[in-house]
Ligand binder design. Structure first.
Ligand code: NG1
Ligand code: ZN
Length: 541
């Protein structure tokens, strides 16, 4: 073979830690304390190269980030050719190579992969990579590059980027010589695509007034500022806060989308007056939530459910006004954590189809990709809109029959470029929301008033073994199959509360089971979730 010697050498340079860390490629790739991750980054270089070779030299992406986690964490994640997440089948290969205990085992694992997946080592391999602002990223990039170089992979280091920017570049690279290039293959090209689309979508429309963006002191800050240079002055009245990327200790600290969503309160540095519009990105700028304070400092969150309903509503109107209503259907995809009122609003007011999937973006993305237009968001603010290739073609070839149809169609076309269709993208989603608010002349108050959230609570409970909590297949994790009898007990508790809904599942990212509940009254909701939590603690804690 060609590169076995290289694998041995690279694995010598970056040996697996002696304490035998059990690395697992999960929903967020590999993620942990950064100092444990060096050997893993090297093996990801090897694996990304194999993946590219297997796919006839198509370009694969590697992103180094730990998103909303603390600064001392980091992560490594592989991006497939169209900007999607790594195919599930390959997660176990990534796990397998990362856990090779010594150089010999690493070499064996590599050779096993070549045979198992039938990889032609003579095929070209191409990988592009980037990292967020975490200082540990530099060392991880060196390790990654060692794995790539050792196995003859052509690579490009894009330096510091947001996660969605790397996804964009992967797709742009792989489509550049096709009849439908996704965009110019550069960071600049990403800004130009968004800026042009935003300007078109906002043509003759008055911007929605001042907005403040909390960038979690992460990579979103410099990138948002860079993007703004591509917009004509006055096209948006924006202020960027929590933009300190020189002090790692402040990254995601008391700020950012995850903090705002989970704490249900404004970030550090919040100085908004009543009804001022604020948004928060997370640490790698793939999530966004909006919020404001009502009178009496009451905090109001406009989360992923709100962005999904806003987007679905507006896109539905545009499709109709363009004269495409009988040709294009739309689906909204949510998880069980979406507020029940948002689901009812989508089905009953917007009259759209709504589907529920398991937690995790890859599940939502997959279901959304089956529709003409698929709007998907997790409540935490990660999401986007997918247009099927056929729908894109329809939108671009449709002949408008009136000036009004042309106007709607022009906006709709611009939105297909404004929306990052590879992955949730805080910057792109931000521009989408700003566009919609401007068109609809909505203030945050009017946006919130589209429907009223059910009182809800997300609790968690430590248990002896969370793997004992198994959900019923195809239930979108809303029902437990095991432990035996627990679901029946939960149903009994829920039945006591008016309009109660409650489900329990094992977290994929924390050593807890999550308990989510909704009920007609705040008091009932609190009691119901507490009662279910108590039951679990008593029997399984
Ligand atoms: P888990 O820990 O499996 O519930 C959490 C979030 C998901 C998703 C993943 C990160 C909730 C209830 N769950 O999953 O939405 O963001 O982390 O991949 O917020
Ligand atoms: Zn993120």
């Amino acid at each position: 073979g060609k590169y076995e010697q290289g694998v041995l050498q690279a694995s010598n340079d970056y040996p697996c830690p002696k304490d035998g860390a059990d690395f697992v490629y999960g929903t967020a790739g590999f993620r942990m304390k950064a100092d444990k991750l060096t050997s893993v980054a090297m093996t990801v270089g090897i694996l990304a190269g194999l993946r590219s070779r297997k796919l006839h030299g198509q370009t694969i992406g590697v992103m180094i980030t730990a998103s909303h986690n603390p600064a001392e964490d980091n992560g490594v994640k592989i991006v497939d050719p169209q900007g999607e997440m790594l195919e599930q089948e390959w997660e176990k290969y990534a796990t397998y190579i990362a856990n090779a205990k010594d150089p010999q085992e690493a070499q064996n694992a590599y050779m096993w992969m070549i045979k198992e997946v039938r990889i032609d080592q003579k095929k070209p391999a191409s990988v592009i990579f980037a990292r967020d602002t975490r200082p540990s990223g530099e060392e991880l990039v060196r390790a990654l590059k060692t794995g790539l170089d050792a196995t003859g992979v052509t690579s490009i280091d894009y330096g510091i980027l947001t996660t969605p920017q790397l996804h964009y570049l992967v797709k742009a690279t792989n489509t550049k010589d096709t009849s439908h290039p996704y965009g110019e293959v550069s960071e600049e090209g990403y800004y130009k695509k968004l800026a042009t689309a935003f300007a078109t979508a906002m043509d003759n429309i008055k911007p929605a007034g001042a907005v403040t963006v909390d960038c979690a002191n992460g990579v979103g800050a410099p990138k948002l500022k860079e993007f703004l240079k591509h917009l004509p002055a006055d096209s948006i009245n924006i202020r960027v806060v929590n933009d300190n990327i020189s002090d790692p200790s402040v990254l995601n600290n008391d700020c950012g989308a995850d903090h705002v969503k989970t704490q249900q309160r404004a970030p550090a540095g919040f100085d908004g007056k009543a009804y001022d519009r604020w948004a928060s990105f997370d640490g790698d700028a793939d999530r966004i939530v909006y919020y404001f304070q009502a009178e009496g400092s009451i905090f109001r969150l406009l989360d992923g459910d709100r962005i999904a309903t806003l987007a679905a509503n507006f896109l539905g109107e545009l499709v109709q006004k363009s004269g495409l209503a009988d040709k294009i259907t739309m689906t909204v995809v949510q998880t069980a954590y979406a507020n029940g009122s948002s689901t009812r609003y989508i089905e009953q007011s917007l009259k759209l189809k709504c589907e529920c999937t398991s937690t995790g973006v890859k599940h939502l993305h997959h279901v959304a990709a089956r529709s003409d237009i698929g709007v998907y968001f997790e409540a935490n603010g990660h999401g986007t809109v997918l247009f099927s290739p056929q729908t894109l073609k329809r939108i671009h070839t449709h002949q408008p029959e009136s000036p009004a149809q042309l106007e709607a169609l022009t906006t709709l076309r611009a939105l297909t470029d404004l929306i990052n269709q590879t992955v949730g993208d805080a910057l792109s989603d931000f521009l989408l929301v700003e566009t919609i608010l401007a068109h609809k002349e909505y203030t945050v108050r009017e946006w919130l008033a589209t429907y009223t959230d059910m009182p809800n609570k997300l609790g968690k409970q430590r248990v002896a073994n969370r793997a004992d909590f198994v959900t019923v297949p195809d239930s979108a994790e809303r029902k437990l199959a095991r432990p035996e009898g627990l679901q029946e007990r939960i149903d009994e508790i829920v039945a006591k509360y008016k309009d109660g809904r409650c489900f329990v599942r094992a977290s994929g990212t924390e050593d807890v089971v999550r308990i989510y509940g909704e009920a007609g009254e705040v008091f009932d909701c609190e009691n119901m979730v507490r009662e279910v939590g108590g039951e679990i603690e008593r029997r399984f804690g």
